[in-house]
Design a protein around this ligand. Sequence first.
Ligand SMILES: NC(=O)c1ccc[n+]([C@@H]2O[C@H](COP(=O)([O-])OP(=O)(O)OC[C@H]3O[C@@H](n4cnc5c(N)ncnc54)[C@H](OP(=O)(O)O)[C@@H]3O)[C@@H](O)[C@H]2O)c1
Length: 262
Amino acid sequence: MPLLGLGVYKSLGSEAETSIVSAVKNGYRLIDTASVYKNEENVGNGIRSCGVPRKELFITSKVWNTAQRMGDIAGAFERSLDRMRLDYVDLYLIHWPVPGCYMSTWKELEQIYETRRATSIGVSNFEIHHLQELESISGIVPAVNQIEVHPLCYPKKLIDYCQARGIQVQAYAPLARGAYLDNDVMCVLATKYAKTPAQIGLRWMVQKNISVIPKSVHKDRIAENADIFDFTIEPEDMAILDSLNQNLHSSHRPEDLRDIIL
Ligand SMILES: NC(=O)c1ccc[n+]([C@@H]2O[C@H](COP(=O)([O-])OP(=O)(O)OC[C@H]3O[C@@H](n4cnc5c(N)ncnc54)[C@H](OP(=O)(O)O)[C@@H]3O)[C@@H](O)[C@H]2O)c1
């Protein structure tokens, strides 16, 4: 799985298509969508117009909470493929660990995996206890846990847990939706490495073998977010970045699902 991908949450209509075309030109090969983003048709169009064969791309989609509550995982998966007009996805994720549902959802994902129409399956927003529960009922280790990670949100214990078990950590909201781009420390490091704060944040994660899926609909930012493979952050600066954690969540937190219906 590529370490860099394009997120398309809130990229709507033709914006999603043009951002995919632009991303692929800039070397991205992974696209992260979900049924709840309401842009799978546009993602499919972007895939077909980007100029790179489908088999060279890595496409992720996710089963939304409503389908989990209705027990309609197989149907939701078929509808995602239909909307994208694809034969398979490279990764299909449980979007959230919906209480009372995620164990049976995982069993259904296993069946989809057996058909090879999802060449890998994984989870998102899972905490350690969710992963432990899955381990107790399944022989299949989730390929990926997609969670919020960036310098202001660094769940080290969860990341260590995943990495020790071969679960690839993938960082969503890796730019904290802009929240650290004017952070003083990030700006000092950006000057030191002649990069931008966004590039410092993304590089910090890539150096930890965490996949990043920044979203942008702007060509210049799509290019900027990909330009992170020509420098290395020194260990003492990695440690400084490690210390910026504030548990700042720009999306929901998994424990929110106890109190709200997402
Ligand atoms: N599994 C989950 O529950 C979950 C939750 C949230 C997100 N995700 C996935 O993760 C992806 C990324 O997360 P996200 O979209 O929430 O947040 P993000 O990637 O951290 O930030 C996106 C925001 O930052 C702006 N931006 C992008 N590059 C920039 C740059 N170089 N300089 C300044 N601003 C920049 C974008 O604006 P412009 O587009 O205007 O450039 C957009 O407003 C999503 O698109 C989605 O695929 C998954």
